[in-house]
Write a protein that binds this ligand. Sequence first.
Ligand code: FAD
Length: 278
Amino acid sequence: MSKRIPISFEFFPPKTDIGAEKLRAVHQELQQLNPEFFSITYGAGGSTRERTLAAIDDFNGKGTAVAPHLSCIGDDKARIAELLDLYKAKGIDRIVALRGDLPSGQVGLGELPYAQDLVRFIREHSGDHFHIEVAAYPEMHPQADSFDNDIKRFVEKANAGANAAITQLFFNPDAYFYFCESVEKAGINIPIAPGIMPITNASSLIRFADSTGADIPRWIRKQLASYGDDNQSIQAFGHEVVFKLCERLIAGGAPSLHFYSMNQTEPTRRLVIDLGLN
Ligand code: FAD
């Protein structure tokens, strides 16, 4: 059994009433695993503003902290300030602050073009009220011109007032440890939680990883491809790979794990239980 470290779960806001109902059940099931918080994603430019708010309202005050994601690209300070005040009034004190990605073709970065600008703005507007998490990229952000510059930007983001970070999904633990060491060498000591993506479906995993610039090692891609439509084998293999990844991360000192639940109870629950983190 691994050392017991805190866990958190990420949801995306459902598009339909049926999806919202289903997510309430998932929330109840995952809550039994004693997470530190649930986070709810937010569409860049405010595209899921109402749906993210509705999901926050659904889960706020139900015993486990909720953390809305908030992105800044293409948005303006007044709308962001309004949301910050609304969250504060609802008793929310944790936020995941991001730049977001504009849909292709859309121009106009808005008043806060980078996540570090958003973090600075949150501190200016709300002082120390919010615990701020930011994004980290062990395999480099896809738009960064070099690893060193990406680390430099991450350091600026931390110095702007971030308390902690959550990484993009990855399957190579060495990339995570190297990133953490580089950040530490640059004088930053905030906790960096690995973002863990369970493997349940080969094509959706590959699509998601490709869209985020995350690397799926060749041996994992090949093995997934060899199972074809055999979902049972994909899930068994996926569980083993991600379980071992988590074990190595915990043994190497990861402070907590953040699971991209994809709004499903399984296989996140199975990983958490098998790791002894509940
Ligand atoms: P930044 O930290 O601003 O970095 C973006 C790029 O700009 C990097 O290449 C960086 O090196 C560079 N950069 C930073 N500052 C400067 C500067 N001053 N000058 C020049 N270059 C600079 N997206 C959503 O839309 N909604 C979500 O809810 C969401 N949740 C996420 C949760 C997690 C845990 C993660 C890892 C990502 C999430 N994303 C989400 C995706 C994220 O918005 C994208 O990856 C986006 O491209 C970058 O966001 P960021 O906050 O990392 O940006």
